[in-house]
Design a protein around this ligand. Structure first.
Ligand code: R5P
Length: 261
């Protein structure tokens, strides 16, 4: 367990996870039509990649040594009835066989499927703990993005940790994000959400989240949907691992974009 966690969370206590699992419920997402191609130039700057077994098997070179966070919940789609109605989609044998450094599963607290998703999480933790595989819980909101407020997120993170998650991924919120982190006894990483309007905005929320106690990010669309994904990931990495301010990160972004760094 400790060894796997150390693969994910770096010596400075921080982490940059790159998720490309979006296809598991929304199909060929923009800029992720060929996930293997999308991540190739970004891999050197990510501490781990998050994906499903199908993409791992078909789109990632088996010689890859970047730690894998395997998405193991699913069974719903954006055109289906309810995104919260997820189940476990990968066995523990497969998780171990694919040499995952961790697994991730969504919980949908406050939804019609709250109980089901929380029991799924608890059962997954039971299976994974036997094999020393950390579970990262994802506090999902489905299509209800307005739910992303401190009180709700704090509730979700705490419950996920109480049920045994070793890491929790949640949304950043501008107000009282410190309360979300403080109430959660395991490390918190920030999910990105839909692509925002400017690069600076991303650096600002990542910076603020880190100042308020998050250990890093699990950030997808704001990196690989950018016109300059390498500049984005390098700038975000600088905020996480080099304590850069949003302005310093933005300067680095501009330099990489201009081919000067
Ligand atoms: C949601 O759980 C997806 O699986 C993504 O991993 C997550 O939303 C992070 O990606 P993004 O930064 O694009 O929101």
């Amino acid at each position: 367990m400790k060894n796997r966690l150390a693969q994910l969370i770096q010596k400075d206590g921080k982490a940059l996870f790159l998720p490309i699992d979006h296809g598991y419920f929304q199909g060929p997402t923009h800029k992720l039509e060929k996930p293997g191609e999308t991540i190739k130039p970004l891999l050197p700057y990510a501490d781990a990649i998050m994906l499903t077994r199908g993409v791992l098997r078909n789109c990632v070179d088996p010689a890859n040594t970047k730690p894998i966070i395997l998405r193991v919940s699913g069974g719903t789609s954006v055109v289906g009835e309810d995104l919260a109605n997820e189940g476990l989609i990968t066995s523990i044998t497969e998780i171990v066989r694919l040499n995952a450094s961790a697994v991730s599963m969504s919980v949908f607290i406050g939804s019609k499927y709250e109980h089901q998703s929380l029991i799924n999480l608890a059962k997954l933790v039971d299976k994974c703990e036997d094999y020393g595989v950390p579970v990262m819980a994802v506090t999902a909101v489905g299509k209800e993005l307005e739910k992303r407020k401190a009180r709700y997120l704090a509730l979700c993170c705490r419950i996920a940790a109480e049920l045994g998650a070793r890491v929790v991924k949640t949304y950043y919120c501008p107000e009282k994000f410190d309360k979300v982190v403080e109430g959660c006894p395991v490390p918190v990483v920030i999910a990105g959400g839909p692509k925002v309007d400017s690069e600076l905005e991303v650096f600002e929320f990542v910076y603020d989240g880190i100042q308020k106690g998050a250990i890093g990010v699990n950030l997808g669309r704001n990196i690989w949907q950018s016109e300059y994904p390498i500049a984005m990931i390098r700038a975000i990495r600088a905020v996480i691992h080099e304590n850069c301010t949003p302005k310093e990160a933005h300067d680095l972004f501009e330099q990489v974009k201009a081919g000067k760094a």
